[in-house]
Design a protein around this ligand. Structure first.
Ligand SMILES: [Zn+2]
Length: 440
């Protein structure tokens, strides 16, 4: 294992093809020999491991979906027919979040653990974190990112201060006690904690001295308005990181240039981008958008091939000011939260971002009310928007109209904005829940 905390390559992604293909061929052979699920998948598609020599050949392999993984574990509990290592060789098992159904289990062997730890150390290095950094971790510790982050931080040699969730007082206290300069949390928690610091510690969050806020777990950190507000509150840089429970806890990490998240796992994972509707591959190039699909090329236990993440991303290529040449992404949303309003794709996170631009008249909290099962919804889309205290009735009615017209011009759908007083909408310490289905 290379303990460099950086990929050994600094080349544009497409130029790593030859290296990746050597690992791909080895991995496909391993998968075929050890995973009954993939042996069957290959048989049904009429292909053998020899048919997969290049990244382009991957198109011959049908996708792997989350539903298939769930089904595979139902048939052969606990790790499933896709697992390619025995439990005896597995040193840790995570359950992946069940945003779209029953959670699934992800096992890692000692080798997989080593790879994950290297990737996590890279995440931190990319953020600009070093041995002298003191990191308060305010995300779930049993959450798959939590324990892996611990390993990455310890390998890098920074100071890890794990607090977890639901303990805001201890988070603030430990930031003060250790003069911590890095905070890991979700974007919604960063906003929640800013209010908490003001209410309970009677101070401005920026006086706590956090320099880097590493956020993930939801798209907020990539939304300009949400990011600006967190940076203003905390006087810090917001850097995003993103991964996938079924592939690797984090695979993309933003550098201090804040120009998108760098792909940091090219020696362990192949990324493809596909059109989520047709499944056709879209070449990775500047400006393209589509769904991320991962293929593991250095994995023992759960070696997924062409796994559909449902994450929709936009790509940026070219050398970053930090010197890294790997491609960068922003997450636009997930195919499973996307709403379709009269044929137009609308993401709840994009609505939140537009509404947040109306600060300080609004708090930034919203709730989208759905009268029918998503994704198809009929306009106007009802959206509750929290407003700050002290607005007159005429100011409120002007604000409602202005938000509706901005949503129409920016996101091209008709909304019915319902203003509600500050504090009405539930706050979430972990992931923000922007959509609620209501019975009519
Ligand atoms: Zn960079």
């Amino acid at each position: 294992m290379i303990l460099k905390f950086e990929s050994e390559f600094n080349e544009p992604y497409v130029e790593l093809k030859d290296f990746q293909e050597i690992k791909l061929r080895k991995q496909i052979k391993y998968v075929y020999e050890n995973s009954p699920f993939y042996r069957e998948k290959f048989r049904q598609a009429g292909i053998s491991p020899e048919d997969i020599q290049t990244i382009g050949d991957l198109e011959k392999v049908p996708f792997t979906t989350k539903d298939e993984i769930r089904e595979s574990q139902r048939i052969q509990p606990p790790l499933g027919l896709h697992a390619a290592a025995s439990l005896e060789d597995v040193i840790r098992v995570h359950s992946s979040s069940g945003t779209t159904g029953k959670p699934t289990y992800v096992g890692i062997t000692r080798h997989d653990w080593d790879v994950w730890t290297e990737i996590l150390a890279r995440v931190l290095k990319t953020h600009g974190i070093g041995r002298d950094s003191r990191i308060v971790f305010a995300m779930g510790l049993t959450f798959f990112v939590g324990s892996s982050m611990k390993d990455g931080i310890e390998r890098l040699g920074a100071t890890f201060i794990p607090i977890g969730t639901g303990a805001s007082e201890r988070v603030v206290q430990s930031i003060q006690d250790f003069q911590a300069d890095v905070l890991f949390c979700t974007p919604s928690y960063a906003s929640y904690l800013a209010e908490y610091v003001r209410d309970h510690f009677h101070m401005e969050p920026k006086d706590l001295g956090i320099k880097i806020m590493s956020v993930g777990g939801e798209p907020g950190g990539g939304l300009p308005e949400v990011r600006r507000k967190i940076e203003q509150d905390w006087g810090c840089k917001v850097l995003e990181a993103m991964g996938n429970a079924d592939m690797a806890p984090v695979l993309f990490s933003e550098c201090p240039e804040q120009d998108g998240m760098h792909f940091i796992g090219s020696d362990f994972v192949i990324c493809e981008i596909i059109d989520p509707k047709t499944g056709k591959t879209i070449p990775i190039a500047d400006g393209v958008e589509g769904e991320l699909v991962y293929t593991a090329i250095d994995r023992e236990c759960c070696p997924l091939v062409r796994f559909r993440t449902r994450d929709l991303i936009r790509v940026k290529t070219g050398e970053c000011k930090c010197g890294r040449k790997s491609f960068r992404i922003r997450c636009i949303g997930r195919t499973d939260d996307m709403l379709i309003v009269r044929g137009v794709n609308v993401f709840p996170s994009a609505i939140k971002d537009v509404v947040s631009s109306f600060r300080p008249q609004v708090t930034g909290e919203i709730r989208i009310l759905l009268k029918q099962k998503p994704p198809l919804v009929h306009p106007p889309l009802p959206i509750q928007v929290e407003v700050e205290d002290g607005l007159t009735e005429s100011e409120q009615s002007a604000l409602k109209k202005e938000i509706e017209s901005t949503l129409r011009s920016k996101l091209i759908f008709t909304s019915d904005v319902q203003l509600v007083p500050k504090g009405t909408l539930p706050r979430f310490e972990m992931k923000a829940k922007l959509v609620q289905e209501i019975n009519v």
